[in-house]
Ligand binder design. Structure first.
Ligand code: ATP
Length: 316
């Protein structure tokens, strides 16, 4: 089976142990955990037994090797991760408010992840890639955007497919070149995976149904909307499916969207129907939020089947 590939930030996450704890004072911390949206995504693909590879950069430091070791252990091909001398692996520090909302301090734009070069992307690196996934969070420099466009063009030219999770910070949408880049990526996208509030971000229409019609008109074939604790929805030209979220105790929401998207894509590539893929993706999102740590909630089919066997899943 040919692989699913992605490209982008690989970092560590360090979490405050207690709700309400701030970083203005010392306190108990958990981590470092392997992290980065594309890294979590690709780890989940590999956990499902699908060939998986990531293009990225880490520093030659413990944080970088922690990630490489973890991804390798879970079956990800890490040969396209460059270990950059003189650059430090990125990090994210997370605190949790009493409400459960998260605040992040990111050190990514000056990290090894920012050293990603368009030269790292070529036909040889992508030769086994049947599907390429783009994370909007990775598009934080124009050099990376160029690398991403190059990857998409190569994969499309060799007959592959593309998925896109916009996951873009709001302030980036105000930059005209960024909006252009996102529109460009959407033109090549086969499967679009926005969160609920992101559906209208790249469309003219202000309502979800109108935005979905517009996105289909641009050539996207499947749209999967992630709705957090409200579940998820699937749209194609002739089908709509809505699923409630599975009831789980939430330990840490980070990574749910990445595990969800990875599972949907891997299941579709393995020949599962849209409904089967959505059920598995919904279960993967639920298992991700039930585990503390961004990549600690990735799961194989055994874990997903066990959760689905316990929980009747409701079609709305
Ligand atoms: P992030 O960018 O933080 O990963 P996201 O917006 O991309 O988040 P979410 O919608 O938060 O993704 O989560 C993805 C999926 O995970 C949801 O569609 C749902 O299937 C599952 N999920 C998320 N939160 C919960 C929850 N509290 N309980 C059960 N399932 C959940």
């Amino acid at each position: 089976m040919q692989s699913i590939m992605t490209m982008g930030e690989i970092l560590v996450e360090i979490m405050a142990e207690r709700k309400g704890q701030s970083f203005r004072a010392p306190g108990p911390l958990a981590g470092p955990y392997a992290s980065g949206a594309p890294a979590i995504f690709i780890d989940q693909v590999a956990r499902l037994g699908h060939p998986a590879a990531i293009i990225g950069c880490v520093g030659d430091d413990d944080f970088g090797w922690l990630n490489i070791d973890r991804l390798r252990r879970d079956g990800v091909d890490t040969s396209a991760i460059a270990v950059c001398k003189g650059a430090v692996t990125g990090s994210a520090f997370v605190t949790y408010r009493d409400s459960g909302e998260r605040d992040f301090i990111f050190n990514i734009t000056n990290s090894a992840s920012a050293q990603l070069q368009p030269e790292q992307v070529n036909q040889a690196v992508l030769k086994d890639c049947a599907h390429f996934h783009v994370m909007g969070s990775s598009l934080f420099s124009f050099r990376i955007i160029d690398a991403m466009k190059k990857a998409i063009e190569i994969v499309k030219a060799q007959g592959g497919t593309v998925s896109f999770d916009p996951n873009v910070r709001k302030e980036m949408l105000r930059i005209p070149e960024m909006r252009e880049a996102l529109a460009y990526i959407l033109e090549f996208t086969d499967i679009f995976l926005p969160s609920g509030h992101e559906v209208t971000q790249l469309a003219r229409s202000a309502d979800e149904a109108g935005a979905i019609a517009e996105i289909f008109a641009r050539g996207v074939r499947e749209i999967v909307v992630k709705r957090g604790a409200d579940g998820c929805s699937y749209f194609s030209a002739d089908e709509r499916i809505d699923l409630d979220a599975l009831p789980v105790d939430v330990a840490d929401p980070t990574g749910a969207g990445d595990c969800f998207g990875a599972t949907f894509i891997a299941c579709r590539r393995m020949g599962k129907t849209a409904l089967q893929s959505l059920r598995y993706a919904n279960a993967a999102g639920a298992l991700a939020v039930a585990s503390k740590g961004p990549m600690e909630g990735t799961s194989g089919f055994a874990g997903l089947d066990a959760l689905l066997a316990q929980q009747p899943q409701h079609l709305r």
